[in-house]
Ligand binder design. Structure first.
Ligand code: UD1
Length: 334
């Protein structure tokens, strides 16, 4: 059985990916520092898949712990999720982003090299395209200067991998995620935002649950159909499945590194998301329109031709499913 190491495997995207890997017959080992996840997520994953997996509670920046893990197991590949991901927090504390996201990647490459493990799937982000006007964005769209330390760590992470793979026998796929939302249809795993959520969908579900008084729509004076920003929301289960496809592709690809956008190819405005939530769940949401949020791009959505054709991956769920599953998960959290 092929054994895969998943860093950050108890997090939002990581946990859903572990489920999909197990469903495809992979044996999984997870390393997670529980910084932004809970140990109980392991039990929920195992309930869904009916299979167990080994969890090492440690930080990916801890080379000693990583090397131990690589000595104990023969991994066929690594999926690297473990990273900080809040744009605002990265502006407040850039060093912790360089430390965690960049040192984590470098420690991982070191441990992989020591044991001759040469396949890596890396979590990148559409944030690398910045405020592009080249829409929908293809993988050839020019990468812009990052607007936040978080974005910098994604651009530099991609660059380190590209550079490393030039000099070593190494294969890597960079997945540029658009906006991952939703939850597993079983409602057993989903997003666990700590404190006040920054992202739209957890804020919506917490408002519907009465945890937040009302949602603020950040600006309605953008040049879009209803004046609110457009994003390409992708169901987390679809995104998880893209990682399994990427692993298989990694083994057969000719060049050392390849990059794929992972989105639905369809943009939705903030108001469309709110209305989809209300409609799918038969709930009236308390919201108000406020000022623009600094650093937000007006619109971004993916051209998914490459991921569709080369990975044979297609998004299955639509925005209504994403809202239904996100709400079922929120209700389960109570
Ligand atoms: C950002 C990053 C993305 C990162 C993600 C994870 C960019 C371009 N994107 O996505 O790379 O992976 O965060 O944290 O940097 N909104 C509201 N009210 C709210 C919250 C959000 O109106 O209370 C709006 C935002 O203005 C935006 C949309 O909802 O238009 C989505 O926002 P959010 O969920 O925070 O994701 P991004 O900022 O797109």
């Amino acid at each position: 059985m092929k054994k895969i190491l998943v860093t950050g495997g108890l997090g939002f995207i990581g946990s859903h990916t572990v489920v999909e890997l197990q469903a495809e017959g992979y044996e999984v080992v997870v390393i997670d520092n529980l910084n932004n996840s809970r140990k109980e997520v392991k039990i929920s994953i195992e309930e869904i898949s009916g299979k167990t997996f080994e969890l090492k509670v440690a930080d990916v920046t801890n080379s000693i712990a990583l090397n131990e893990l690589f000595e104990e197991h023969k991994f066929e590949g690594v999926i690297h999720f473990a990273a900080h991901k809040a744009v605002g927090e990265s502006v407040e504390n850039p060093v912790s982003y360089y430390q965690n996201n960049l040192s984590g990647l470098v420690s991982l490459l070191g441990a992989m090299e020591k044991q001759g493990v040469s396949n890596l799937i890396f979590s990148s982000s559409c944030t690398v395209y910045g405020a592009t006007t080249d829409l929908p964005v293809t993988e050839k769209t020019v990468i812009q200067k990052a607007e936040s330390p978080y974005g910098t760590t994604k651009i530099l992470g991609e660059e380190i991998i590209n550079d490393y793979a030039k000099h070593k026998d190494f294969k890597s796929i960079l997945l540029r995620y658009f906006n991952p939302v939703g939850a597993h249809p079983s409602a057993k795993i989903g997003e666990l935002p700590l404190g006040v959520p920054n992202n739209l969908v957890p804020y919506i579900t917490q408002t519907a649950a009465g945890i937040r008084k009302q949602l603020t729509v950040f600006g309605d004076d953008y040049n879009t159909i209803d004046g609110t920003c457009i994003r390409d929301y992708i169901h987390v289960v679809d995104l998880a499945k893209a990682h399994v496809k990427a692993l298989a592709y990694c083994n057969e690809m000719k060049q050392p590194v390849d990059v794929f956008n992972v989105g639905t190819g369809k943009g939705n405005t903030v108001l469309e998301v709110i209305h989809a939530f209300e409609h799918s769940n038969n709930i009236k949401l308390a919201y108000t329109v406020g000022a623009r949020r600094g650093g937000d791009v007006e619109q971004i959505f993916a051209d998914t031709t490459k991921v569709n054709e080369l990975l044979g991956w297609h998004a299955h769920y639509d925005i209504a499913d994403m809202m239904k599953h996100a709400w079922a998960w929120q209700q389960n959290l109570k």
